[in-house]
Design a protein around this ligand. Structure first.
Ligand code: NDP
Length: 259
């Protein structure tokens, strides 16, 4: 157990059970934050919690971030368990792909509900407590798809652009308060989302695994997939002392893909 830079502050990470969220939870716990992991699959959260408890206190809430009543209840439970939420990382997300002509209303609504409304609901639940506490950090895991278009993911891209609009507006609204609001924008990062995308490319185009990966990494000037820990480092920096002047930003962690 460490009491380093984040010194017992309570951090909620949505989608914290695996992928980028799991790396963020670990990075914050290593700096002394108490951690609430949220996600739909309780067993994934509990498995991750077992690992993190070597570092800090950990609480789990099984919740769909797109369900308003469930999100309210989950944040209330988390605050009872570990105290007021000081750090919120809105990381839960899904990236369904389809050509626009096959993007039906159900897919469109799902992308907006999970990626955008889920972010709004998390902030709505956590912000009053941060203002009472007199300190807060909101980090929205957006995407390079918040900064540029990609073919065949128009619903995801629209939702992620909107997350950045929300981030910028709220940062301005809170500029005189001790709460910063930023977006971290990963490029293609080695997690289940990318593994699913690679499988999809192989199934639809008949390419090999190596050819499918080459198709994705060609976007990144460094010629590789980003690692979850690299995204976590950017989030950690935004939460640590010394980053108070950074708000309303979109920080790309993408090997120079956007600039
Ligand atoms: P993963 O698929 O590995 O993890 C997604 C996480 O979100 C899981 O923990 C999942 O848990 C959770 N989740 C999904 N839907 C919901 C929901 N409705 N309610 C609650 N939790 C949910 O993806 P990544 O780690 O790669 O993605 C994390 C974030 O990073 C996402 O916002 C994604 O858009 C973004 N991103 C990822 C990139 C990449 O290349 N990997 C690139 C750019 C951005 P469970 O299924 O148990 O609910």
């Amino acid at each position: 157990m460490t009491t380093a830079n984040l010194d017992g502050r309570h951090a909620v990470i949505t989608g914290g059970g695996r992928g980028i969220g799991s790396a963020i939870a670990r990075a914050l716990a290593e700096q002394g934050a108490k951690i609430t992991l949220m996600g739909r699959t309780r067993s994934t959260l509990e498995d991750e919690a077992v690992l993190l408890r070597a570092l800090s206190e950990v609480h789990c809430e099984a919740v769909d971030v797109a369900d308003p009543a469930a999100v309210e209840a989950a944040f209330a439970n988390a605050a009872i368990a570990l105290g007021p939420v000081a750090i919120l990382v809105n990381n839960a997300g899904q990236a369904a792909s389809a050509p626009f002509t096959k993007t039906d209303l159900a897919l469109w609504n799902r992308m907006l509900a999970v990626n955008l409304t889920g972010t709004y609901l998390g902030i709505r639940a956590a912000l009053p407590g941060m203002l009472d506490l007199g300190w807060g950090r909101i980090v929205n895991i957006a995407s390079t798809a918040s900064l540029k278009g990609y073919a065949y993911v128009s619903a995801y891209c629209a939702a992620k652009h909107a997350v950045l609009g929300l981030t910028r507006s709220l940062a301005l609204e809170l500029a005189k308060k001790p709460v910063t609001v930023n977006a971290v924008c990963p490029g293609y990062t080695e997690t289940d989302i990318v593994r699913d995308t690679l499988a999809n490319i192989q199934a639809k185009t008949g390419r090999t695994a190596a050819e499918a990966e080459a198709e994705l990494v060609k976007h990144n000037p460094q010629g590789r997939l980003v690692q979850p820990a690299e995204v976590a480092n950017a989030v950690l920096w935004l939460c640590q002392p010394g980053s108070e002047a950074v708000t309303g930003q979109a920080i790309a962690v993408a090997g120079g893909e956007t600039m």
